[in-house]
Design a protein around this ligand. Structure first.
Ligand code: FE2
Length: 255
């Protein structure tokens, strides 16, 4: 993957807006670093929809596909922050992957369409970014669609040197389904859960686009695939199996 001094791989016509956003949110990011430096981001299951075919366009702007005819539908939402180790030091050249449901609740996975819903052909579905020297990353995407059995969530994976360090999920504060989301409720300690439920606010009074900040704090040990569903210090997560696939086919997915 190409190394860039900037966390942005976004077309030039949007860079000015994003640059001004970084300036205005910089203070918030810095403050949250201090507040959460010792809270390890909890692990969560990757679920069944990590893409089984990656899109050609994998940049950190999921709202537009190269050569696409229109922007993705949904509420444009941006978030960013810093990737830190457990000592609060920024991690450079970490790769952060994002995959999520489109505005109709569908994933780009070959089995990721929800019953009765069409996939949005203009939504990228998966993106990634390499952190810069300050550990910074940023995504431009949409607010994920809601689907049966879950609250609104983004899936995130952090890789370092090709190894998976963390698989987790990010949530939006104030979403009513958060309180009864089984995955969220089983993630780590209460403090760790609070660290993955973030405030998203309109970018400006005239804008419907949302923006939030989120610092990701990872431990030093690469993720064991067998542990990817286990939160640090928390109980083992339910592992997906063939029975779950059958239940999903009958009742809709639960992740
Ligand atoms: Fe999901």
């Amino acid at each position: 993957m190409k190394t860039s001094p900037s966390p942005f791989h976004i077309p030039l016509n949007r860079r000015r807006l994003l640059h001004s956003m970084l300036l205005t949110t910089g203070g918030i990011i810095t403050n949250s670093v201090y507040a959460e430096a010792l809270t390890l981001t909890p692990r969560a299951t990757e679920g069944p929809y990590y893409p089984d075919h990656l899109p050609l366009d994998q940049d950190n702007d999921l709202t537009m596909i190269i050569g696409g005819k229109a922007p993705a539908s949904g509420v444009v939402t941006e978030f960013g922050g810093r990737l830190l180790n457990a000592d609060g030091k920024p991690i450079e050249n970490g790769v952060i992957e994002l995959w999520q449901a489109d505005n109709n609740g569908c994933y780009i996975h070959s089995r990721g369409a929800q019953q009765g819903n069409e996939k949005d052909p203009n939504f990228q579905g998966f993106g990634k970014i390499e952190t810069n020297a300050k550990g910074e990353y940023r995504f431009r995407t949409i607010k994920p669609g809601l689907y049966t059995g879950r609250t609104i969530h983004w899936h995130i994976r952090v890789k370092q040197g090709g190894k998976s360090m963390l698989t987790t999920q990010l949530f939006i504060a104030g979403v009513p389904q958060n309180d009864r989301d089984g995955i969220l409720r089983s993630m780590g300690t209460e403090q760790q859960r609070l660290s993955v439920i973030r405030e998203f606010k309109p970018m400006s009074t005239e804008s419907k686009e949302l923006v939030g900040t989120w610092d990701i704090v990872i431990g030093h040990t690469p993720e064991d695939p067998e542990q990817s569903g286990r939160g640090p210090g928390g109980p083992p997560r339910i592992r997906r199996d063939a029975d779950q696939d059958i239940k999903d086919a009958l009742f809709g997915p639960s992740f």
